[in-house]
Design a protein around this ligand. Structure first.
Ligand SMILES: CC(=O)N[C@H]1[C@@H](OP(=O)(O)OP(=O)(O)OC[C@H]2O[C@@H](n3ccc(=O)[nH]c3=O)[C@H](O)[C@@H]2O)O[C@H](CO)[C@@H](O)[C@@H]1O[C@H](C)C(=O)N[C@@H](C)C(=O)N[C@H](CCC(=O)O)C(=O)O
Ligand SMILES: Nc1ncnc2c1ncn2[C@@H]1O[C@H](COP(=O)(O)OP(=O)(O)OP(=O)(O)O)[C@@H](O)[C@H]1O
Ligand SMILES: N[C@H](CCC[C@H](N)C(=O)O)C(=O)O
Ligand SMILES: [Mg+2]
Length: 495
């Protein structure tokens, strides 16, 4: 595509140099630039992409997108915000792929991955070729691709969506994080349905306050339908959790049709008669397309909410309720979410991805319900992330468990001991007795201690890392899988 054609999409951009330049690709990482690429200089959070323009040029870049004019022979497109420009350019370059599929996006603090997996299963079972993008992986057309975060940058996203279209994908269900919304990673992506799961504390390192965090998620609903031409008859849907107070605000800012789901409050898709056991969750659901009894194989009241969100999205897509029921009942679980580890031990071990105060409270409440005896909870808090959630999670862990093993969960560049101390601060403030918890920096050791302590009827809950197969320490990525470490610990104790 010619540079001046791309420039046309940005009315305030200033083109410096030859607009006839043909750009055969777009790139944001100088190390990946190839001949013919347009290199977009992003002022990052750690380094400035403008400093890599020279390297990009040496690797074959033919033009640049910049926020300040650089001293170079290459043609430049001068823009106010290159991250936002990237979203527009990528969407244009890849020919607006989101308009060629049915797009379903899921935002919220917890439950995004689970909800997307449920929707993917229902749509696939219904014969719709469906792609998925989220925390665990991206997958479509029988292939899986690793992910380094939850929602890709706009460039990677549009590239992947275009590939999905080329490979016959008809529907794409994806997680949309608050970081993504705030940074414009999904700008211009045309969603048919936007789902909200819930809002609770997380990421305050990035969003600073709950108000800012709530507003970031609100962008998903206020922008919904904005990409449509005025005369379009295409409908847009905001699927909101009636039991979460933030929904009232999102209802006000969206021009899409609102459909609500929930348990406690009056809503369009409502569950009742919820019964939780150690092997599954039963509920009755009344919808605008009939009623059903559903027996999930997944445990926890929170999974009823995830299922309700998935049911609503699938009803919008025209799937019949009894087909939805069949699909939901066939899902054994999501990788690393309330996943049982069975190494032949006489007590239960559960690995879960709860890494927020609300997530931890929910999973612990669930475990407490079916634990015959004690609950032993191994958990930590991520480094270089929201520090204010640490003492809160500490308090929650001791409130619901008999012994808490406070340990490391991706300390990243922070001092692991200091993170544990931040968690302990909440316990010291509350005067929690020392016998109720222990600080163990080494996560494998913490798991071994919990497993050695466990007796028949107890439950060991290992929270925070779920599907992750690594521990991030400093800049290193070390192999680590809670499920394997727990199974090894059981074998070690048995010896
Ligand atoms: C805070 C944040 O969102 N950071 C993202 C951002 O990093 P950054 O701005 O620091 O990038 P940078 O390293 O400064 O680089 C700036 C530019 O220079 C370029 N560069 C850099 C080095 C070089 O040699 N050559 C070069 O061209 C880079 O490619 C980039 O274009 O852009 C990077 C590249 O796209 C992302 O990988 C990175 O995510 C980091 C890893 C991250 O931790 N993000 C988290 C906070 C995040 O976004 N999480 C949410 C999930 C939240 C949830 O699930 O609840 C997510 O959606 O993933
Ligand atoms: N609807 C929900 N409400 C509250 N907690 C939930 C809900 N669904 C899942 N959880 C808890 O949160 C954890 C993470 O769930 P999931 O991976 O589906 O969320 P996510 O929003 O994708 O997380 P991330 O922001 O890291 O991508 C689960 O392991 C579970 O403990
Ligand atoms: N999407 C979340 C995942 C947290 C997972 C947890 N294991 C941690 O590293 O804190 C984040 O990037 O903040
Ligand atoms: Mg996720």
């Amino acid at each position: 595509m010619r540079l001046d054609q791309l420039a046309q999409q940005l009315i305030t951009a200033r083109l410096i140099g030859d607009g006839q330049t043909e750009c055969t690709g777009i790139e944001i990482d100088s190390r990946k630039v190839g001949t013919g690429d347009l290199f977009i200089c992003l002022p990052g959070f750690t380094v400035d992409g403008h400093d890599y323009a020279k390297q990009a040029e040496e690797q074959g870049a033919v033009a640049l997108v910049v926020e300040r004019e650089l001293d170079t022979q290459l043609p430049q497109l001068l823009v106010r915000d290159s991250r936002m420009a990237m979203a527009v350019l990528a969407n244009t370059f890849f020919d607006e792929p989101s308009r060629k599929m049915r797009m379903i996006g899921v935002t919220g603090t917890n439950g995004k991955t689970t909800t997307t997996y449920l929707i993917e299963r229902i749509m696939q079972d219904h014969g719709v070729n469906t792609g998925l993008i989220g925390t665990i992986q991206m997958r479509y057309d029988g292939e899986t691709f690793p992910m380094s975060g939850t929602t890709p940058e706009s460039l990677g996203l549009q590239r992947s969506l275009a590939d999905m279209v080329d490979r016959g994908v008809e529907c794409c269900v994806m997680e949309v994080s608050s970081h993504a919304l705030e940074q414009g990673r999904v700008k211009g992506t045309d969603y048919r349905t936007a789902i909200f799961t819930n809002l609770s504390q997380d990421h305050l390192d990035y969003h600073h306050s709950m108000e800012e965090y709530r507003a970031a998620k609100g962008l998903f609903f206020s922008r919904l339908g904005n990409a449509l031409p005025a005369d379009s008859s295409e409908r847009k849907y905001a699927v909101l959790n009636a039991d979460d107070d933030a929904s009232a605000e999102y209802m006000k800012v969206t021009s899409a049709e609102v459909i609500t789901y929930g348990v406690e409050r009056e809503c369009d898709v409502r569950a009742s008669d919820i019964r939780i056991t150690s092997t599954g969750t039963f509920f009755h659901v009344d919808t605008f397309k009939g009623s059903a009894d559903i027996q999930l194989r997944m445990v926890g009241k929170f999974n009823v909410y995830n299922a309700l969100a998935a049911i609503t999205a699938a009803l919008i897509e025209g799937v019949e309720l009894d087909r939805i029921k069949q699909s939901l009942e066939s899902v054994a679980g999501v990788d690393g979410r309330v996943e049982a580890v069975d190494a032949g031990q006489s007590f239960a071990i559960i690995v879960d991805y709860a890494h927020t105060p609300d997530g931890l409270e929910n999973v612990l409440k669930t475990v407490v319900e079916f634990a015959e005896k004690r609950v032993l909870c191994v958990f930590g808090c991520g480094g270089d992330r929201d520090r204010t959630k640490r003492p809160i999670m500490g308090r929650i862990a001791v409130k619901y468990s008999d012994i808490a093993y406070v340990t490391s969960d991706n300390p990243r560049t922070e001092d692991p001991d200091a993170i544990l101390k931040d968690i302990e601060a909440g316990l010291i403030e509350d005067g929690v007795e020392k016998a109720r918890y222990t600080l163990v920096v080494d996560r494998a050791e913490a798991i071994r201690l919990a497993v050695a302590e466990a007796r028949p009827g107890d439950v060991v809950l290992i929270a925070g890392k779920g599907h992750e197969t690594y521990q991030l320490v400093g800049k290193q990525v070390l192999d680590f899988d809670d499920r394997l470490v727990a199974a090894e610990a059981v074998r070690g104790v048995a010896k």
